[in-house]
Each structure stands twice: as C-alpha cells, then as structure tokens.
Write a protein that binds this ligand. Structure first.
Ligand code: ATP
Length: 317
C-alpha cells in the first residue's frame, strides 16, 4: 500500500527499475531502468519494434510487467494502479475516442470516468477544445474527423483531469503540419506550467526540439540516455566507411575490429560506423591482409545525422 508521504511522489514522476516483458519467448522489453524528474520532458526514441510502446503500456498499467517495477508519481503501478492513474493522462498509439459520439460527448465521458465536477469539466473541455482548434467541431461526431483532429481530441481527453504527468505514444506520427504544430505548442505550454511529459517518437528532430533528455531504445534495451544535444554530438561523431571485399565476410568479424561500432551489409558493400575513420580504415586493411581478401572499393562519405542515428539503433546486421 502507498504511504501518506508517497502521495506526492517526491522528486521523480517516473521510476522504472528492470522492466521486462516477453511475448512468445521474445523479450520486447529487456531490463529497462530510468527515472524522470518532475517537470521534465523525457523522450523515448527508437525504430519500429524497439519496445517503446510495450514500455509505455507497462508504465501506464495497461499490461503487467514480467519483471521489474515502475513507480508513477510515487505509486507502484501494479500495486496501486488507481492512485497512479489519477495523476497521469495517456495519449495512446491508437485512437481511443468513440467514433459514434461527438467530441464534446467523448470529453464528458472522460469527466464521468474521473468523477469530475460536471460544470467545471465543461469549462475545461471548452478551453482545451479552443486551444486545440476543435471548438467549432465539438458537436460533430468523431466519425468524420481527420486523423489530426482525432489526435487533438485524444490529447484533450488525456488532459481533462489536469494530470501532473502526460504519456504520449507517437503523438505526431503521420499528422499534417497544422496538427503537429498545435500539439507540440500545447505540450510546450503544459510543460512550462509544470506538467511532466513522457513521449515516444521515431523522429530524432522532434525529440531534439522538445525533450530535456532522450533515451534511445533498441531491441528492448536503452542503449543511450542523455540530453539531446549531447546525444547529437556523440552521434555526429560517428562517421561512415563503405568497403567492398572480393570474398565473403561475416558481420561479427568486422564489428569486432578496433574502432568499428557497427557493420551493415548493403548489397555487395559493407557500411561501417566508426568514431575514428583513420583507425577503422587501418583495421579494415589489416583485416583484408590477414584474411587474404582484396579491397575492391573503399569510400568515406560525409555522414548525415539520420544515418548515424540508424547505425546506433540498428547495430550489427
Ligand atoms: P513502434 O514504433 O513500431 O510502435 P515500438 O518500439 O513501440 O515500435 P513495441 O510495439 O513495443 O515497439 O514492440 C516491441 C516488440 O514486441 C515487437 O517485436 C512486437 O512485435 C512485440 N509485441 C508487442 N506487443 C505484442 C503483443 N501484444 N503480442 C506479441 N508481440 C508483441
């Protein structure tokens, strides 16, 4: 049970310790630990299937972890889910508004679920709908809404009970510029007013613009966690070397060479990520000599941030 002093949760909004979830014998989340301070904007960045949504679903009490624990605003999400849920709002990956109801009816449904005072909830609903550009559409059924309008309504629904912490899973994925802009500016205003924000995204640039800290996830694990500018600097320091040999080579053999971070095969060439081009080229030449291979081509193209990010999240393959 939660004690009285746990009620305000102290310094941290989220404390995850060793979270694990396995589906059909495969670890979707494989020992994830991190803390999010109150007032922070924290991003989870990673490619499809990295385990971001599974982590959010464990943190928000939708699915039970196979191992580890999470405290949300000071409450253990498995042992005290109701108390935890009173303090946070969720914008899930897939739309959860009722299509047969109007925007206003969906909001009043949420008000009922949280036991909010009706007239106070109506005033707040109006303010949220206005801020999110939906005021004129409040009496229209959600059925006719565009994807961006639905997503803005879901954000309003998640905010109706004035949560201290907001979870968003890919909040702007596939949205047009106007909806993206409205959502991002709402998130900035909320954070300025003290709301803690946890979001997942594929978009490096969005994470960079919004987040105080970013965790990069890959195959169920956090592989890097830092302020976005520092991550960017670390990622930008990764360069690319492209090499082709006249014979067969194993990815693991290349990735094990000095100075090489990862090696990916693209057709008949290898794309190597390295922080030290000189060391990587020397290692590749040495490797070719030792294996009796000829280097057919060797190229050191200028890196782009997106490519470097992909190398970091995809690893050896
Ligand atoms: P995306 O960006 O595509 O949403 P993600 O990083 O959120 O990806 P998850 O949705 O958490 O990744 O998925 C992680 C892994 O777990 C994937 O391999 C996925 O197929 C698997 N997975 C997730 N949910 C389930 C489920 N309910 N049953 C079986 N496998 C699942």
């Amino acid at each position: 049970m939660d004690g009285v002093q746990e009620r305000d949760g102290g310094e941290y909004a989220i404390e995850a310790a060793g979270l694990r979830k396995t589906f059909n014998g495969v670890a979707a989340v494989d020992g994830v630990s991190f803390s999010v301070r109150r007032g922070e904007v924290f991003g989870f960045l990673g490619p499809n299937g990295a385990g971001k949504t599974t982590t959010v679903r464990m943190l928000t009490g939708v699915i039970r972890p196979d191992g580890g624990s999470a405290r949300i605003l000071g409450h253990d999400i498995v042992r005290a889910p109701v108390r935890a849920k009173q303090g946070f709002g969720v914008v899930p990956e897939t739309a959860n508004a009722y299509a047969d109801l109007t925007a206003g009816q969906n909001l009043m449904l949420v008000a009922g679920l949280y036991g909010l005072d009706r007239s106070k909830a109506e005033r707040r609903a109006e303010a949220l709908l206005s801020a999110l550009g939906l005021f004129e559409r409040q009496d229209d059924r959600v059925q006719g809404f565009s994807k961006g309008m639905k997503q803005r309504l879901i954000l309003a629904m998640a905010l109706l009970h004035e949560p201290d912490l907001l979870f968003l899973d890919e909040p702007t994925g596939g949205l047009d510029v106007q909806s993206t802009h409205l959502i991002l500016s709402m998130l900035r205003d909320l954070n300025a007013a003290g709301t803690t924000i946890f979001l997942t995204t594929h978009n490096m640039d969005e994470a960079n613009r919004l987040c105080d800290r970013v965790a990069i996830m890959r195959t169920g694990r956090i592989v890097a966690l830092d302020a976005p500018e520092r991550l960017k600097m670390a990622i930008e320091r990764l360069h690319t070397v492209e090499v082709s040999f006249d014979g067969r080579v194993e990815a693991g053999a290349l990735a094990a060479l000095a100075g090489i971070v990862s090696a990916d095969r693209e057709g008949d060439r290898w794309v190597i990520a390295t922080a030290d081009v000189d060391a990587a080229v020397r290692a590749l030449v040495g490797f070719a000599g030792a294996e009796g291979l000829r280097i057919v081509r060797l190229n050191t193209p200028a890196p782009t941030l997106d490519e470097a990010f992909l190398r970091l999240t995809e690893g050896t393959g």
